[in-house]
Design a protein around this ligand. Structure first.
Ligand code: FES
Length: 74
């Protein structure tokens, strides 16, 4: 099984790195071509016109978010 990473971009989308399936509410998959793009960006600001994918609209609507994971303890 390959590993998937979801990166929270500062003031931006969730960037999903690794092969995943994204489906609508009925389970129908959105077409994704990993040969062209190794990652996908999922909208979390709610303003994209291409939801569930980010279209860059977050840059113009004042969306702010900067989650930080807790530091790992040794
Ligand atoms: S996060 Fe980019 S358009 Fe919503």
């Amino acid at each position: 099984m390959s590993e998937v990473t979801i990166r929270c971009r500062v003031d931006g989308p969730y960037v999903v790195e690794g092969p995943v399936r994204v489906t609508d509410a009925e389970g129908n998959p959105f077409p994704l071509d990993y040969s062209k793009k190794p990652a996908i960006a999922l909208c979390r600001c709610g303003h994209s016109r291409q939801r569930p994918f980010c279209d860059g609209s977050h840059r113009h609507n004042g969306f702010q978010s900067a989650e930080q994971a807790p530091a790992e303890s040794g």
